[in-house]
Design a protein around this ligand. Structure first.
Ligand code: DC
Length: 220
């Protein structure tokens, strides 16, 4: 079974997707981590993040997989925490914007999923491009105020909530209007509003949908 999860930045997708995968004993496919891994290797090899050819070659050169906890492995070696570093953060959106990089990575994501018995895939375009035929699609949503509140809390700066909120609204506009894999809700995705809910409550809600779906199609 493939479950695909998308939604705006700060809606709690990672925590919830990881938790759902764990509850189901499925593989957690962190698609963003794969683009981060390519960006890290671009940096390490001195390739040019703006060069589509160099980035595509870098993507093709390295084997990407996930350990049982859902953490990215690059040629079998842990990519964390380097894939979350500031220098990766700076170039990952340029690297992931190249269509030929996306083609390589999307094919890998599909291969990983077809080898697994169950997958929770999280990230931009998982519900539309990567797994358009996923058995279940969720679009996790939260108000800008709630997303800003969580982020401010996460970085330990509650006084910055207002500033974070305007930044999120600006990113939402960029995300939903950009040319490559914009943030769009797949027509068959279930919208889950997460305002005022804990990650555990959201996971329980998603699990109820999974169980209902399994009861309706017991052979899947
Ligand atoms: O979700 P994240 O912050 O780990 O994503 C890292 C980068 O990769 C970010 O620039 C968005 C991009 N990305 C993408 O283009 N397609 C995906 N399916 C997932 C992430």
């Amino acid at each position: 079974m493939i479950i695909a999860i998308d939604g705006p930045a700060g809606a709690g997708k990672s925590t919830v997707s990881r938790g759902l995968a764990k509850a189901l004993g499925f593989l957690f496919l962190d698609t963003g981590a794969m683009y981060r891994a390519v960006a890290l290797k671009v940096l390490e090899s001195g390739a040019d993040p703006e060069s589509e050819t160099q980035c595509r070659e870098t993507a093709e050169r390295h084997r990407l997989s996930f350990d049982p906890a859902g953490k990215i492995l690059i040629d079998g070696t842990p990519g964390e925490p380097d894939v979350r570093s500031e220098r990766v953060e700076k170039i990952v959106s340029a690297v992931s914007a190249h269509p030929r990089v996306r083609a390589v990575i999307v094919a890998r994501q599909q291969a990983i999923a077809s080898a697994a018995h169950g997958v929770v895939a999280e990230g931009r375009d998982t519900t539309t491009v990567v797994f358009p035929r996923a058995e279940l699609k969720f679009f996790l949503n939260a108000s800008a105020a709630e997303r800003a509140r969580r982020k401010a809390h996460q970085v330990g700066a509650p006084e910055r909530q207002r500033a974070i909120e305007s930044d999120l609204l600006r990113r939402d506009t960029i995300d939903s209007t950009r040319a490559h894999s914009p943030l769009v809700k797949a027509p068959d995705a279930l919208v889950i509003e997460t305002d005022g809910k804990s990650p555990e409550q959201v996971i329980a809600e998603l699990l109820a949908h999974v169980h209902a779906r399994r009861a309706a199609a017991p052979r899947e």
